[in-house]
Design a protein around this ligand. Structure first.
Ligand SMILES: [Zn+2]
Ligand SMILES: [Zn+2]
Ligand SMILES: [Zn+2]
Length: 269
């Protein structure tokens, strides 16, 4: 399984779209791994997780094949993860020769928003609701949505993805995982865990995690016996509010065996 992280920022991006803070100024000067677009991931080129407003920019940056995915799974309806107005660009008025109907999966709110936004073009999309703790076969992979602690008015999901005996936990957006999610994961092995580190050193672990919560989650995984010696734990979805550059994040996380995501990071298991 091949996973490409297309973005690694929280909702506002880094540098943040309208921000003049010190961190954003430094990020502009440094460029490279300090430029973070909104999060999304491409798995094996045929399945995409989330559809942020930066998707068009990701297609320009990464080349045409980036937009040839057949399956789209959505974590929740915050705008940095779900921008259905641009999904509508995959219809005959706006695109030619783009392949079969796109399969879109998510919670009831995702399904509802798709039905509203794509109302006149529904024949170009297959939209299916997902339930937590149910495993679905999607694009040659087994996908299980798990409950997150994130958006109280909808069932936000994180996703457990399996293929050929390899596994990836796509673990954001969420605060410290609900107990039922830990209980489900306790019976699995995780090769790659990608975790929410929005808050950096800010003392907040609900809705989004911080560095301490990411470290605690890794420790809990170790205690549950779900990691092995080659498992990778990766922190992502960083907010400019935490005031930390890529280099700062590496100093805080790498000694604990946690890698720091960046735009374009590729993982193969
Ligand atoms: Zn987000
Ligand atoms: Zn800023
Ligand atoms: Zn969110």
């Amino acid at each position: 399984m091949k996973i490409r992280l297309l973005g690694s920022a929280a909702a506002e991006g880094t540098p943040a779209i309208f921000c003049r803070c010190e961190l954003c100024q430094k990020a502009k000067e440094l460029g490279g791994k300090d430029i973070r677009t909104r999060t999304s991931a491409l798995v094996d080129d045929n399945l995409k997780i989330d559809f942020p407003p930066d998707t068009y920019m990701h297609v320009l940056r990464d080349g045409g094949r980036m937009s040839e995915f057949e399956h789209l799974i959505i974590t929740h309806t915050h705008h940095d993860h779900f921008y259905p107005e641009d999904i509508r660009m995959r219809t005959p008025d706006f695109a030619k020769d783009y392949g079969d109907a796109l399969n879109i999966y998510g919670n009831e709110n995702v399904v509802q928003r798709c039905r509203e936004t794509l109302a006149n073009e529904m024949e170009h999309f297959n939209i299916a609701p997902l339930q937590a703790f149910t495993t679905y076969e999607i694009g040659g992979k087994l996908i299980t949505p798990l409950p997150a602690d994130h958006k109280p008015d909808e069932d936000s999901f994180i996703y457990f993805i399996e293929k050929d005996g390899k596994t990836c936990l796509y673990g954001h957006d969420t605060g410290v995982f609900p107990e039922e999610t830990f209980n489900w994961l306790a019976k699995r092995v995780i090769d790659i865990a990608i975790l929410d580190c929005t808050n950096g050193l800010i003392d907040r672990k609900a809705i989004h995690m911080n560095i301490e919560a990411v470290k605690d989650t890794k420790a809990k995984f170790t205690e549950l016996g779900v990691l092995h010696e080659n498992s990778k734990v990766i922190a992502t979805h960083f907010s400019h509010n935490c005031g930390l550059l890529h280099e700062d994040l590496e100093k805080l996380l790498v000694p604990s065996g946690i890698d720091v995501a960046y735009d374009g990071m590729e993982l193969t298991i």
